[in-house]
Design a protein around this ligand. Sequence first.
Ligand SMILES: [Zn+2]
Length: 234
Amino acid sequence: MKDNYLREFDAKVIASGEGYVVLDRTAFYPLGGGQSSDTGTISLGERNLSITEVRKEDGEVRHFYSGPAVEVGAEVHGVIDWDHRYECMRFHTAQHVLSRYLSIHYGIETVGNMIKPGESRADYSPLESFDDEMKRKVEAGVNEKLAENLEVSIEFMERNEAIEYLKTRGYPTRYLEMVPSSVTSFRVLLIGDYDAASCAGTHVKNTSEIGELAIGKSKNVGAGKRRIYFHLIK
Ligand SMILES: [Zn+2]
């Protein structure tokens, strides 16, 4: 949540189950917020668990592997698959810039996203068609922004402070206001002074790390919604 560049860590097993382990702390990103989960390795002594997925279940962050259960209390060392993670970071920050660009220039809202290596996608509404001319325009506009080498930073804000902050800058906040009031703090991601968004995903520190965005195919996914696929070229 605080350091997206942390690749390795030491931790202790606090719970375990059929093919999963729960740690007292972790740098693994669990599936969620439209971003795929980290993969990697958790080692305990001679044993290496190959972590294929990390998911939040029953209030726990479960690291899944195949093999016999692990003893609670064991000291472990975790290493995340950095290539996979770093690509997610580049894709996720690129998606925020793309979404902001479409919001400013076309009044289009982002209604979903799936960030993963190779190809990511986001859903936009209202967007009925996305022709070649618009595609070229959007690509050029987004790439111009990315080339400005904008600093990306993370700020933790109190619930009301975050909503107020985003509201006064003209961002829609109705989804944030729907978050259960038990959530008292929001993680706000700032991309220079171009974009601000509440997001728990992993991101790069500067847009210079992303490379160029290339928009691929797009398709209608119902009710004025269109899914746009995109790649990164470095
Ligand atoms: Zn995000």
